[in-house]
Structures are given as structure tokens and as C-alpha cells.
Write a protein that binds this ligand. Structure first.
Ligand SMILES: [Cu+2]
Length: 187
């Protein structure tokens, strides 16, 4: 019987891989109840291990930074792209301070975020322009959808502090992620 053979094969594979010594990852699902949930970020404070940096883009369009809040792993580089017919500047204030000067349409500037914490992005040409970079220890972060629902997948099982950033403030809770299961956290 094919099913029996498959089961035997699966058992052999499990024995070979030393399962369950290696615990299966779990998921965190939940909902953030705020006015503009897609301008919030949910993330884990600390996860054991080191995680690779990445490269991401922030737009400057119609005198706005997009997105409004940008989560990155420490050491990541953000490229700023100016799509407007006028010059913009990028000024970083907070855990990292920098000034990228002013640059015109179609031009880019970049900055590498090596210092953990929150950095507010401003434009000294347009005081209404504002965005926030969250420089995080790990890539377990999620941007909730328009209904506030979020999903953090493949989290190593364990105990964590989970945080929700919204409107320049952070709320936190403790969460226990089960092996191979899911847990619900609402903010
Ligand atoms: Cu500007």
C-alpha cells in the first residue's frame, strides 16, 4: 500500500533528521486595533541568533515619505528615492542622527542603520514630511493589513516580548510560541 510506504518513508526521514530534537516553528496571529493599522508594525523584541541585514526603499512622493513606518534589521541600508519635481532632504533624528542633504527628482540617497532603536525621518525643506525607521534585532516583524490583522510566521518556539509600534508609541506583551502551533496576540 502506497500510504503505508509513504508513512514508513516519513518515519525514516524523521529518524534521520533527529526529529523532534529540532522543534517545529510556530506562528503568531493577531489584530492591532488602531485608527490606521497599516501604519503600525508588530515585532519581536529579541530572538536568539544573528540575522542578515537587507536593503529596502523609502519613496518621497507628493511631499510624503512612503511607507510611514519602516522596519529594518540592524545593519540594513535604506535607499531614498525622490519622485517629486522638487528637492527633498532626509534628516534622521533619534537613535541615529544624519543629514543626507537635498536632492532632486529621480535622485537617490542611502543610509545604513547600524544603531538599534527608533529614527524619525524629516525633510528640512517640507516640515510636514515625517516617517519612522525601526531598527530591529531580527526580521520577525509584520505590517498589519487594513483591518489590523497580522501574521508572524515560522517563529522558533519559545518565550518572547512582542511589541506593537503605532503613532510613535510602543506597547508590549509577553507571548509563548508553541512548537508547530499558533498563538493569538491582540493589541
Ligand atoms: Cu521634502
Amino acid at each position: 500500500m502506497a500510504n503505508l510506504r509513504q508513512a514508513a518513508l516519513a518515519f525514516a526521514l524523521v529518524a534521520l533528521l533527529g526529529y523532534p530534537a529540532r522543534l517545529k516553528a510556530g506562528d503568531i496571529v493577531g489584530k492591532v486595533s488602531v485608527a490606521k493599522p497599516d501604519q503600525s508594525i508588530v515585532y519581536l523584541e529579541t530572538v536568539p541568533g544573528t540575522f542578515p541585514a537587507a536593503r529596502t526603499t523609502v519613496g518621497q512622493r507628493n511631499k510624503m515619505f512612503t511607507p510611514f513606518v519602516v522596519p529594518v534589521v540592524q545593519g540594513s541600508t535604506v535607499e531614498f528615492h525622490n519622485s517629486d519635481d522638487l528637492a527633498h532632504n532626509v534628516l534622521g533624528v533619534g537613535s541615529d542622527e544624519f543629514n543626507l542633504g537635498s536632492f532632486g527628482k529621480g535622485m537617490t540617497r542611502e543610509h545604513t542603520f547600524n544603531k538599534p532603536g527608533q529614527v524619525t525621518l524629516l525633510c528640512n525643506v517640507h516640515p510636514e514630511m515625517e516617517a519612522h525607521v525601526l531598527v530591529l534585532q531580527n526580521p520577525y516583524f509584520a505590517r498589519p493589513n487594513g483591518n489590523g490583522e497580522f501574521h508572524l510566521v515560522n517563529v522558533p518556539p519559545g518565550d518572547y516580548v512582542i511589541k506593537a509600534w503605532y503613532d510613535r508609541k510602543v506597547k508590549k506583551q509577553n507571548v509563548k510560541v508553541p512548537a508547530g502551533g499558533s498563538v493569538t496576540v491582540d493589541f
